[in-house]
Write a protein that binds this ligand. Sequence first.
Ligand code: FMN
Length: 243
Amino acid sequence: MENITRRDLLARATAFLAAGAMSGFCPLRVTRSWAYNKTRKERNMKLPAARSTGEVSLEHAIQHRRTIRSFDSAALSLHEWAQLLWSAQGITGTGGFKRAAPSAGAFYPMDIYSAIGKDTVEGASAGVYHYEPKGHAVIRVSEGDLRAGLARASLSQMWMAGAPVNFVITAEYDRITGKYGRRGIRYAMIEAGHIGQNLFLQAEALGLRAGIVGAFDDKDVGRVLGLPKTHEPLLIMPVGYGR
Ligand SMILES: Cc1cc2nc3c(=O)[nH]c(=O)nc-3n(C[C@H](O)[C@H](O)[C@H](O)COP(=O)(O)O)c2cc1C
């Protein structure tokens, strides 16, 4: 992290929470997820097919990838959002289960959530969406624009809330520790890094920019977004057009 140490961020977060507690305002309000009341079919939104060709070379994307922390307010198209999700966890194998990022033993313990705002992705309403690799679709799991709450849960890195989409990469360790024991936790964390780099490079290839955030309170992120308790957030990637 540039210029800001983790200790600085923790101190700021503590001050912010203390101020909130004194004023009666709870910055880490628990969000009720409406979506679980609806049937899976009602909540399901099929995404446009991803492309496996593009205008930008891989070398260009690697050369120009940078962590950015300031975003234009322009919305992403549904295609751009879908393409980013595909790069993270899309099914790429002909057998119908291997994905864009590698996974130890092909157990795929990762899930991708997107926190989006009102009109920040064309054709999608504000909320938190779970990506379904099979079927290349999303399911809304929480409603409303929760990006500011997510930024507050990330030690008040409020710049995150300016990105049209915040991708949250989570791991469900049980899906991999059954086979690998504690070492499975290491494997899941490594897998998160692969997914993060795919998102970075796909964003560059689409003319978008990305940030990456590891400094957050795991439990608060889960509570704010309404994530299942077993889905542990490992990385957050704000993505949008650069300024
Ligand atoms: C695991 C990880 C966690 C990070 N967490 C944060 C963060 O919480 N906030 C932030 O502003 N940048 C964060 N960064 C971004 C780094 O500060 C950035 O990658 C580094 O300064 C190098 O710059 P570059 O990505 O532009 O090459 C993180 C990067 C990684 C890999």
